[in-house]
Design a protein around this ligand. Structure first.
Ligand code: BES
Ligand code: MN
Ligand code: ZN
Length: 477
């Protein structure tokens, strides 16, 4: 992550390699800063801007060297569009513009905030910081130069230093959580398994003052968590439920929340084995667990006033003499029996026990995140599929996703389809045919929500991107 510093004073007298200035589109009001800059450059800036066709639309940016006329050596104009235009387009615009500045060689980069409101400053920083992510851990001698590159420094220049301080700290905290999740998702399964995931969670717990309990095979047997145990049986690394608890320092403003993440550190499909192409990305099948850990890591610094339980259902879905088989019957923690039709429908199995376990911690609502079905990605692309048995929880998740620019769409829990999950010799089977696959998976999970308000985010299509765009890198998002 870049270094972020707060500065007071006039951006045009702030010495830096580049100053970024947000320019709204079609404004009859020329930003004062742009006017002073244009004056300092004898009207030449205005001419260049016009010739370049820069109108301030989101997505546009324009870099001009200032050639000694003001303290910043370059100016980067960043289109911020109309006041009611898409906030996420603005984030992407800032991210692109920051890249333009850095590619031009700028290392100390000012962000002029005088003409942005609080939301505008937040969007700018979110775009700039989230867009700077690179995963260089595995670069070797051929790419060590790239890995060693010092991050740039951003100077947030403005008047109300307390407000800038607060926004900057919040964006940095959120970005650290996002980067942690991206790092975990990008890590190869040879390094990230249920054990090393638990070690990472323990390190975060220590650093953030969270309680942590790692339930191993013995504990899971005692609890009757036969579903996660079955999925983990084929791996040399045993499965575990990683349970983190955040308790706020001061006053608490509502009942505890449970976050549950699917953390299959590698999904071969088991004996219902995946074909090559399908297996290639499956080190990322732990993105739900990574998102839970990323969120847990940010709660204290954000001053969240609710108790939060984060439960990561960690297992590796492998083939071996000990692995579970199609036709096996297992019993989940709530006593529900499950007939295995496909060992590749393993995510819903680990979540079954994870949901029941979390519900029994006294939380008032459950939210799970899982790269659960290819069907969700087929239906919605990189939009997250949301399922919920409760309109309030669904509504607040939709609202939150819109605020942060993460596309989310509510899908129906068609109760009539539940008959497709009826087992032949057990309560349930773990698959119910291809049509409506994401819905069937969600209906399976609903059996383990213990009557609580519950939402399920199927992130199979959104956890990973095939190509980079804006502030979303290629790979783990
Ligand atoms: N981890 C996969 C789902 C997945 C697929 C995530 C592609 C990301 C990209 C999951 O465990 C799985 O294999 N689901 C099966 C379910 C089927 C057997 C009912 C699927 O989607 O094909
Ligand atoms: Mn699978
Ligand atoms: Zn999976």
């Amino acid at each position: 992550m870049q270094k972020l510093e707060i500065r007071s004073g006039d951006p045009l007298t702030t010495s830096c390699d580049a100053i970024m200035i947000g320019i709204p589109s079609a404004s009859d009001r020329r930003p004062t800063l742009l006017a002073s800059l244009d004056d300092a450059m004898s009207g030449e800036l205005g001419t260049l801007v016009q010739e370049a066709g820069f109108t301030g639309q989101t997505g546009q940016n324009f870099l001009v060297p200032t050639l000694g006329t003001v303290a910043p050596r370059r100016v980067v104009l960043v289109g911020t569009g109309l006041a009611d235009s898409d906030a996420d387009a603005r984030r992407r615009g800032w991210s692109d513009a920051a890249r333009v500045a850095e590619r031009a060689g700028a290392r100390d980069i000012g962000l002029a905030t005088l003409e942005l409101d609080e939301r505008g400053v937040r969007e700018a920083l979110e775009g700039i910081v989230l867009g700077s992510y690179r995963f260089t851990k595995y670069f070797g001698t051929l790419r060590e130069g790239e890995a060693a590159r010092e991050p740039a420094t951003y100077l947030v220049v403005g008047d109300d230093l307390a407000v800038l301080e607060r926004i900057t700290a919040e964006v940095a905290t959120i970005a650290r959580g996002v980067f942690l999740a991206r790092d975990l998702v990008s890590a190869p399964a040879s390094d990230l398994n249920p054990e090393t995931m638990a070690a990472q969670a323990a390190a975060i717990a220590e650093e953030q003052g969270l309680e942590i309990t790692v339930l191993g095979v013995k504990d899971l047997e005692r609890l009757g968590a036969g579903a996660i145990l079955a999925v983990g049986k084929g791996s040399v690394v045993p499965p575990s439920l990683i349970h983190l608890v955040y308790r706020p320092d001061g006053e608490v403003t509502g009942p505890p929340v449970g976050l549950v993440g699917k953390c299959i550190t590698f999904d071969t499909g088991g004996y219902s084995i995946k074909i090559g192409e399908g297996m290639l990305q499956m080190k990322t099948d732990m993105a739900g667990g990574a998102a839970v850990l990323g969120a847990m890591s940010a709660l204290r610094d954000l001053g969240i006033r609710r108790e939060v339980h984060g439960v990561i259902c960690a297992a590796e879905n492998m083939i071996s003499g000990a692995a579970f088989r199609p036709g096996d019957v297992l019993t989940a923690m709530n006593g529900v029996t499950i007939e295995i039709l496909s060992t590749d429908a393993e995510g819903r199995l680990v979540l079954a026990d994870g949901l029941v376990y979390t519900a029994r911690q006294g939380v008032s609502e459950l939210i799970d995140l899982a790269t659960l079905t290819g069907a969700a990605a087929v239906a919605l692309g990189d939009t997250t599929a949301l399922f919920a048995n409760d309109d309030r929880v669904a509504g607040s998740l939709i609202e939150a996703s819109a605020l942060v620019g993460e596309r989310t769409w509510r899908m129906p829990l068609v109760q009539d389809y539940k008959t497709r999950l009826k087992g032949d010799i057990a309560d349930l089977k773990n698959t119910g045919g291809r049509p409506g696959g994401a819905i069937i998976a969600a209906l399976f999970l609903e059996h383990f929500s213990e009557g609580l308000p519950w939402a399920h985010l199927d992130i199979a299509g959104s956890a990973r991107a095939d190509k980079s765009g804006g502030y979303i890198p290629k790979g783990a998002t």
